[in-house]
Design a protein around this ligand. Structure first.
Ligand code: ACO
Length: 322
């Protein structure tokens, strides 16, 4: 019998505080119109002082487990994608495991910046298809607001906080059709967030904030995402018209529109959460997917293409029959 991995449940969490473009314009030299026209973002959520990547992960994870009707102790692997963990170690995944009150699953963090959730789906799919795991909990959780420099207008306007979760489980029904992940370490200087305590040279004296040459990242992102779309369709011998929904990483509406155009998809088939969430890095694809599943746009049996691009550079896609 062929064994597939299927989405059993999804969850999401956004912190309560809304920070608008107007509010940011009061502290840095920018404007609502500049931000909205260049990025598609109007506001983002900001985590409260008592929230952490693991506390937000717990809320999203419990929702996904509940949607799947699955008890936490049935999970045999937990993968958390995050670039804003509260500790270097223990991992956010281990902290989440503690919060879920279970101790029988393997748990680890995955660092692939904004592509983290797609990388996690790829690993989970391999574990399930090989028979090494039956239920894998994937979470992307980020407190980007604590790793952006709020005096740097080129980055602080872009990011937001939140967590998204997905439970993948073994099934004899078709689910994940394929995943494709890639990295190219050549681009370190275009997008990085230093860890000053462990760095050397100039990076040792820098604060640990997101540093990005946005315009150059933008160009690579558009080209790379175009290529991954072709690769995904070819691998499945599929035509563009067979995809019902595109769930892209939410970095910039212009990047999203370029990918939709490449797929000849109307924006009505694209899930966009960016306007009121900004870029939540590894949480963004899972948050968008969860939103469209819960509001009934994405229905069982439909074909969904998820994709992301982030620091590293890293990029990837997952195509699923939901
Ligand atoms: N308000 C007003 N002006 C600004 C702002 C701002 N917030 N930010 C930059 N500018 C200015 C610049 O200084 C520049 O001025 P100049 O022409 O006088 O030099 C001008 O606006 C144009 O700047 P660009 O950087 O060329 O603007 P661009 O149109 O490229 O938009 C943006 C910038 C939104 C960052 C875009 O490049 C982008 O979205 N890049 C991709 C981001 C991405 O996908 N990242 C990957 C995922 S993130 C991760 O992995 C952590």
């Amino acid at each position: 019998m062929i064994r597939y991995s299927k989405v059993l449940g999804t969850g999401g969490y956004l912190p309560a505080e809304v920070r608008t473009n107007e509010q940011i314009s009061e502290t840095v030299d920018t404007s609502d119109s500049w931000i909205f026209e260049r990025t598609g973002i109007k506001s983002r959520r900001i985590a409260g002082p008592d929230e952490t990547a693991s506390s937000m992960a717990e809320i999203a994870a419990r929702q996904a487990l509940e949607a799947a009707g699955c008890e936490p102790d049935a999970v045999d692997l937990i993968i958390v994608a995050t670039g804003s963990p509260e500790y270097v170690y223990p991992s956010t995944a281990c902290l989440l495991q503690q919060r879920l009150g279970i101790n029988n699953a393997a748990a680890f963090d995955l660092q692939a910046a904004c592509s983290g959730s797609i990388f996690a789906m790829s690993i989970a799919d391999q574990y399930i298809k090989s028979g090494a795991a039956k239920k894998v909990l994937i979470v992307g959780s980020e407190i980007c607001s604590r790793i952006v420099d709020w005096t740097d207008r080129s980055t602080c306007i872009l990011f937001g906080d939140g967590a998204g979760a997905l439970l993948l489980g073994a099934s004899d029904e078709l689910g994940v059709l394929s995943t494709h992940i890639h990295s190219d370490g050549e681009f370190e200087d275009l997008l990085y967030c230093a860890n000053p305590q462990a760095a050397t040279g100039e990076k040792r004296n820098e604060p640990g904030y997101i540093n990005m040459r946005g315009n150059e990242v933008f160009k690579v992102a558009v080209n790379t995402l175009g290529r991954i779309v072709d690769e995904t369709l070819e691998a499945n011998n599929m035509d563009k018209s067979e995809i019902d929904w595109l769930v892209p990483h939410q970095a910039n509406i212009r990047i999203i529109m370029a990918t939709a155009k490449k797929l000849k998809m109307s924006m009505d088939q694209v899930v966009v959460t960016l306007e009121h969430q900004g870029n939540t890095s590894s949480a963004s694809v899972l948050l968008a997917f969860n939103e469209a599943v819960r509001d009934g746009r994405i229905k069982r049996g439909q074909v969904v293409l998820l994709e992301a691009f982030g620091a590293g550079f890293t990029w990837g896609s997952a195509i699923i029959k939901y």
